[in-house]
Ligand binder design. Structure first.
Ligand code: GLC
Length: 737
């Protein structure tokens, strides 16, 4: 009998307790000590497995691109984990949270059974504007709209709510924020960025990273991803993943700041740009991936490739003869994890490279340390399994309300001739245009599915602009135009106002490459027809890129840029058109009036001098249903020495008849620069709400950091001379001695 007791004691108490004494399993031990202890126990294969990420489609029955079903074939997962020790999987499409829970739990359980050292899997998702891949999840406006609010509160809320709705579901790692600078109107991923200003991208990105990573969801946390490092968003041709020519000085001035700010905010991971800069594929660049990212910018997390980007060094960039050579190039350059993701080729080739001595195991240790450190910091070793009890987080009413308020604040009123807006209740409204009654067009790519989904996949409770207007104007007769222009003209006779919802269909990445930035002719013709009816015409643009239509723009009585306002966007647009909400958004990009001279707001003087009106609307434009006056712009000093500061103050007054919110945008111009200086650069912004007649003093504390710019080596240049401060329509100068 005693023998049995001893055996039971050993099995139940002693052995597991001994297992718990392994340093890496001791949650009270310092992270770095846990990393070193675990690393020391790992085989070469296990290290390589941690550096290998596989796509979810490999795990479903088809096992390839032919099916996007989120469906786990346990034996496939078991084999990959047993034979290749795979440490990360990614992605899926929108399925109910309950199904994600089951998926995440099954996959992690298989991993804990098969993993000798019980290293949890880290699962990556593209929840880039809310939980767009969870059925019923809260889907915010795309980042370009968050930028239009000029209020980091909305980026903070999007980050926190994204984590709150997914971190407990087995989604440990989010592939956001996108910190690429939206400087190229033709680029299909412009809407995924925070627009043209690096100040906006830096502050929004840092706020999002802090919020997402700080959110404690039960025992779970989520890692952010800074993407796509670096210089991805201004391809010469405008087409996705095509070459970019970015001189080092411009890279430091325009493309580095948003990444630097988010790294300083503690981002745990970075995803690498698939493209090339000045002939050098970023995935093969030791300079970008190690010297700049780590030595200069101080990044300490791990760097994951983008999709198939090691293979693309061979088949897209032709920078490597074969995948083995490409693997060596990318690992030597400084990647830590390969998003292979449809095969285990990376693991096989990396093992050969180590066995042949072409890559040292010490180099792998660098990457594995970084990956393990993130897994420890997320608490994955203590809580690897998802938590069913938190399922109610998904789509919580307060979250949906936050997304609605972000959408409302992101809408930009650019034109309102004769105060045709807001539409009064009782008015007869004819709604027309390709996005008048579309849910999918309101949300763009990365919505339920990669390229957006079929209309019927969108939530039943989601409203199109037409449906929302019907609800918002109960006393009105709101009708939807028939397709043919002739019928449309006939219907318009019974309308007091026509609302045209124009713009783009969903797309992302290469699928969004196109041949003409101009707004499609069919939509321009429709505007002409609407104008010919003699009724007031309100244009609403829904889309990811600003599609010029200069002639027809002048036919509109009112114009609202709505960007991609997300699942609450239809309601938000109706709230603004009917005056329930006073619009407060401002353009985070230029709205060009031409397809041949399309340059960002902070262009160089020589890009602007000879062209009268190359924009329909400029960066920072945005009206309200009230009016704001900027008064008494003053500077604390007219001349300062280096190291001294100057404070700009202005009085903002609501001179209209209703409460309103104004984003106060402060621009600086270095009037003379050895390296040519932008005609203006946004350096500070603040959102202010005022009652009618109320005024507020707003300040901009100007420091040397605002006055200097980087040289080609990234070193700050501070030049004596004149600087112009611009806020509202006012300017003031001061000199730096
Ligand atoms: C895609 C995108 C990237 C995304 C990744 C995983 O190619 O470039 O933004 O996070 O692959 O889906």
């Amino acid at each position: 009998m005693p023998r049995l007791c001893i055996l039971l004691f050993l099995l139940v108490v002693a052995l597991p307790a001994r297992a718990q004494t392994l340093p890496y399993l001791d949650p009270s031990a310092p992270v770095d000590a846990r990393v070193e202890d675990l690393l020391g126990r790992m085989t070469l294969d296990e290290k390589i497995g941690q550096m290998t990420q596989i796509n979810y489609q490999v795990l479903n029955r088809a096992g390839d691109y032919s099916s996007n079903a989120v469906e786990l074939v346990p034996e496939k997962a078991r084999q990959l984990i047993r034979d290749y020790h795979i440490g990360s999987f990614l992605n899926g499409i929108a399925i109910p949270a309950e199904e994600w829970f089951t998926y995440g739990e099954t996959l992690q359980r298989i991993n804990m059974e098969e993993s000798r050292l019980k290293i949890p899997i880290i699962y990556g998702m593209d929840h880039v504007h809310g939980t767009n891949y969870i059925t019923g999840g809260t889907v915010f406006p795309q980042q370009i709209n968050i930028a239009a609010t000029f209020d980091t509160t909305f980026a903070t809320q999007m980050g926190a709510i994204t984590a709150r709705e997914s971190a407990f579901l087995g989604h440990h790692w989010n592939f956001a924020p996108i910190l690429d600078l939206g400087r190229n109107a033709r680029w299909p991923r412009l809407y995924e960025t925070y627009g043209e200003s690096y100040e906006v991208a830096a502050r929004m990105g840092a706020a999002y990273v802090r919020a997402l990573q700080a959110e404690q969801v039960g025992p779970h946390r989520m890692a952010a991803t800074l993407k796509h490092y670096l210089g991805y968003s201004d391809p010469r041709s405008g087409w996705d993943r095509t070459p970019a020519d970015i001189p080092s000085q411009a890279l430091y001035e325009f493309f580095v700041p948003s990444f630097k700010a988010a790294i300083d905010a503690g981002a745990l991971t970075v995803m690498i740009n698939s493209g090339e800069i000045n002939g050098e594929p970023v995935h093969a660049s030791h300079y970008y991936l190690t010297e700049l990212l780590r030595d200069e910018l101080g990044f300490e997390g791990f760097a994951v490739t983008d999709w198939e980007d090691i293979q693309r060094l061979v088949n897209m960039h032709h920078a490597a003869e074969n995948e083995k050579e490409a693997t060596k190039m990318a690992v030597d350059a400084g990647i830590d994890m390969s998003m292979v993701p449809m095969s285990v080729s990376f693991a096989q080739l990396l093992k050969e490279l180590v066995e042949e001595g072409q890559i040292t195991e010490a180099r792998l240790d660098e990457s594995v340390r970084r990956i393990l450190r993130v897994k420890f910091m997320l608490g994955l070793f203590e809580h690897p399994m998802p938590t069913r009890a938190l399922l109610a987080n998904v789509g919580a009413p307060a979250h949906k309300q936050a997304a609605l308020e972000a959408a409302q604040a992101s809408l930009v009123l650019l034109r309102n001739e004769g105060d045709v807006l807001p539409i009064s209740s009782g008015a007869r409204v004819l709604v027309a245009g390709p996005s008048a009654n579309s849910k999918r067009n309101l949300s763009g790519g990365w919505s339920l599915e990669w390229q957006g989904a079929a209309e019927e996949r969108y939530p039943a409770e989601m409203k199109t602009v037409y449906e929302a207007l019907r609800t918002a104007l109960p006393g009105s007769q709101v009708s939807l135009a028939r397709e043919t222009p002739e019928r449309f003209v006939q219907q318009a006779q019974n309308a007091d106002v026509i609302v045209l919802v124009i713009g783009e269909e969903p797309y992302t990445e290469g699928e969004g490459n196109f041949y003409d930035l101009m707004l499609p002719e069919s939509q321009r013709v429709l505007i002409g027809h609407a104008k010919a009816t003699g009724k007031p015409v309100v244009g609403v643009f829904v889309g990811g890129r600003p599609r010029p239509f200069p002639d027809e723009m002048n036919l509109l009585d009112a114009f609202v840029w709505a960007g991609l306002p997300g699942f609450e966007g239809g309601q938000a647009i109706a709230d603004v058109l009917t005056g329930k909400v006073n619009p407060s958004g401002k353009l985070p990009i230029v709205y060009p009036a031409t397809t041949s001279h399309v340059v960002p707001y902070n262009h160089k003087p020589s890009e602007h001098a000879v062209t009268p009106r190359w924009v329909s609307y400029d960066f920072g434009d945005g009206l309200s249903y009230t009016t704001f006056d900027y008064e008494n712009l003053t500077l604390s000093q007219q001349a300062i020495g280096s190291g001294e500061n100057v404070t700009a103050t202005v009085t903002l007054r609501n001179t209209g008849s209703r409460a309103g919110t104004e984003s106060v945008l402060w621009f600086l111009t270095d009037d003379v620069g050895r390296i040519t200086r932008p005609v203006r650069e946004l350096k500070h912004f603040e959102r202010v709400t005022l009652q009618p007649g109320e005024s507020r003093t707003v300040t901009f504390p100007i420091t040397a950091a605002h006055l200097q710019y980087p040289d080609a080596q990234g070193r700050p240049v501070l030049e004596a001379g004149s600087f112009t401060v611009r806020v509202g329509d006012d300017t003031a100068q001061f000199r730096l001695r």
